[in-house]
Ligand binder design. Structure first.
Ligand code: IVH
Length: 675
């Protein structure tokens, strides 16, 4: 760092301005032009010099500067932010057959012979959404659960190739750019070398290093980590931009000054997609960063609108994944884990081996049938594979390396934790402990599920802690969590006063939640996140849901007889109702929502949406319509009551006209919803 302590104040301020200009210039050269004119070390030293000057002269500090720091003080925690449009995931293809199906469905639905695709690499990093207002970066958020993410604005400002201000014309008033934060492999190795020198923990792979570096409460740490950003699309945008193709969007993003994912290519038809997959596959090891597949997107926006979405992913895009890395290891033992629903899962303890970017020492064996089929035994040498975030699995046994005296695996007849009988129903291949709430493992797992990120999101309440609290008798169920005191927590192993205070704070924070999170947290069988969301929107209040009869539950979109009965049985159980009462008594709450049972203005009406809406996303429109009692269908038929036509509508509007179905615009839809 240049020594500025002998500069006079005026000179220092001049230097501060000069440094700001220089940093902005070097950032642009490095990432956008790909032609750096100074070394990384020199850049870092200038950057640190600027940070020091900004700290010295806080009056000259502005929010949107490359060094953006709040008095250099780390934050307590990340704030949650709601994405203007949900951040979606992608459907996956693992082989050519999956790709054939994807391409065929597109051709059938779009009624065309050849699909035009934008082919891209699938970056293996961390998704973020950058929000620009009048061309200035005002917010950066992680993906989170797709609906709400963490506010990482201060950290994102530290990433060199994220511009604080956009260039060019036609920038919408509000613009969301989506992409991936990554760490190049070379930079990752350098970072790990530094970590080693500093005697700090090494990162297991570039993705973890990128995630760990971005999610730092102290943005100065992020500033010294070699992160970069590559965008792959838009989120919300306010103006009436009319793009005909995804590739046009990407060109525009580049003009605005954001780095876009390289290696994008327009390809036509299935064979060209497969060729692209192999071409990138050959170059994979020479790319500067990790990728875990390639992505194909229908290039024409109009066609994307026709295809729409399925659950959390667009129907017009797919990630074609590369096969996961394989390694061999030895099975040291086979243990049984008991889950929150009592399911017994055998887990292989393995001789640790580095595969797919991480050290693996456990692999789930799913169930007894799977072990039988693969005939996995203790002492076996096995082939393991692991890709991305997927749990490692045993692919096969190398039988010629099997020890002579090995024995086939037998599932225990009683629960290894509570000794209750194990039941294996005919329909399922799953063995279950019949202990219910008597089984400590089921209780502990249901508490962990309740606390998990996508449920009540109680930060800091991990496995070891819940186990200790349970064994001490401090908690028996989820409601007991909210009776914990700081003193009780501070007594636990490896728990200091500070951590105890933090946990009490996160417990307190978790009390304000959303109904769908709460429903998911309860752990009702077969009620996953998506069903919990639907139930929350449909019923609006917990009371309505709790008193709904099975017939009423069956009216909810996507709720079949099994789920309806599970829900009814759950709320009929006195113990569960008591827990819910206690949770509410301790202050667990959520904002009230529209109560549908009272007013369902669109009861029984069938809607079809085409084109994009401006005031809400497709997901939101679906939710609102479901809440008003309407059903949203994908295709227009005589049974359709309304076709809502947004921007760049697809062929559905024409079909509606032919069939004489009523066509309405977004304003009319809002009118109907607000009746
Ligand atoms: S498009 C509407 N394109 O993969 C579709 N995603 O598995 C949204 N990703 O959450 C994603 N490279 O973080 C898209 N070229 C690419 C991508 C990409 C990596 C990530 C992204 C997404 C995840 C889905």
């Amino acid at each position: 760092m240049a020594d500025n302590k002998f500069l006079k104040n005026d000179e220092s301020i001049d230097r501060l301005y000069e440094l700001r200009k220089l940093i902005t210039k070097y950032k642009h050269e490095y990432f956008v032009l790909n032609q750096p004119t100074i070394s990384d070390a020199k850049y870092d030293s200038l950057f640190n010099e600027l940070i020091a000057l900004e700290e010295k002269f806080p009056d000259f500090f502005k929010e949107d500067l490359p060094t953006q720091l709040v008095g250099a003080m780390p934050q307590e925690a990340f704030h949650q932010v709601k994405h203007k449009i949900p951040m979606l995931s992608l459907l996956n293809a693992f082989d050519e057959k999956d790709m054939q199906n994807f391409d065929r469905k597109l051709r059938e639905k779009l009624d065309i012979n050849l699909v035009e695709y934008a082919a891209e690499i699938k970056l293996d990093g961390l998704a973020i959404s950058l929000l620009y207002e009048r061309g200035s970066l005002i917010q950066a958020a992680t993906r989170g659960d797709g609906h709400n993410g963490e506010d990482v604005t201060k950290n994102a400002r530290m990433i060199r190739n994220i511009p604080q201000k956009l260039n060019g014309t036609g920038v919408p008033e509000i613009l969301e750019i989506r992409g991936e934060v990554i760490m190049e492999r070379k930079k990752f190795k350098e970072l790990n070398n530094q970590q080693k020198l500093k005697n700090e923990k090494k990162f297991s792979n570039p993705r973890n290093a990128a995630a760990g570096s971005l999610r730092q409460l102290d943005p100065t740490i992020t500033a010294n980590r070699p992160l970069s950003f590559l965008s792959y699309g838009l989120g919300y945008y306010s103006n009436d931009l009319s793009f005909a193709k995804h590739t046009e969007i990407m060109k525009k993003i580049e003009i605005w000054g954001l780095p876009v994912s390289p290696d994008m290519k327009v390809v036509f038809g299935l064979q060209a997609c497969v060729d692209y997959y192999y071409e990138i596959g050959r170059r994979r090891s020479t790319l500067p960063y990790d990728i875990d597949g390639v992505v194909f997107k229908v290039n024409l926006i109009e066609q994307q609108n026709v295809m729409g979405f399925v659950s959390r992913a667009p129907r017009w895009a797919i990630a074609y994944k590369y096969p996961p890395e394989k390694k061999s290891s030895k099975v040291l033992s086979i243990d049984i884990q008991v889950g929150r629903t009592g399911a017994l899962t055998p887990v292989a303890r393995l001789q640790p081996v580095f595969v797919g970017g991480v050290m693996v020492s456990n692999a789930t064996l799913h169930n007894e049938d799977e072990i039988r089929r693969k005939d996995i035994r203790v002492g076996d040498t096995v082939v393991i594979r692991r890709a991305g975030d997927v749990i490692p699995e045993i692919v096969s046994v190398i039988t010629n390396k099997r020890p002579v005296n090995s024995q086939p695996f037998i599932m225990p007849k009683e629960c290894p934790v509570c000794k209750s009988a194990v039941d294996k129903s005919k329909e399922e291949s799953i063995s279950r402990c019949t202990g219910g709430l008597f089984c400590p493992s089921q209780c502990i797992q249901s508490i962990l599920h309740f606390a998990s990120r996508r449920a009540m999101d109680i930060e800091g309440l991990g496995n070891k802690l819940v186990e200790q609290l349970f064994r001490k008798g401090s908690i028996r169920n989820v409601a007991d969590l909210y009776t914990l005191t700081q003193e009780q927590l501070a007594e636990l192993d490896r728990m200091g006063d500070k951590s105890a205070v933090n946990l009490i704070t996160s417990l307190q924070k978790s009390k304000t939640t959303e109904l769908h999170r709460f429903l998911y947290a309860l752990g009702i069988r077969e009620v996953g996140e998506s069903t919990a969301r639907t139930l929350s929107t449909y019923f609006g209040t917990l009371e309505k849901l709790m008193s709904a009869r099975v017939e009423e539950l069956l009216e909810v979109p996507d709720v079949g007889p099994v789920v309806a009965n599970n829900i009814r049985a759950f709320f009929d159980e006195l113990h569960n109702r008591e827990i819910i009462n206690r949770l509410q008594y301790y202050g667990v709450n959520w904002p009230g929502k529209i109560i549908i049972g009272q007013a369902r203005p669109l009861n029984g009406k069938v809607f079809v949406l085409t084109g994009s809406l401006t005031s809400m996303s497709r997901d939101e429109a679906n939710d609102k319509l479901a809440a008003s009692g309407a059903r949203v269908s994908n295709s227009v038929s005589k049974k359709t009551d309304y076709v809502v036509v947004g921007d760049t509508p697809g062929s559905k509007a024409e079909k509606a006209e032919k069939l004489g179905v009523k066509i309405i615009d977004e304003a009319e839809l809002l009118g109907l919803l607000n009746q």
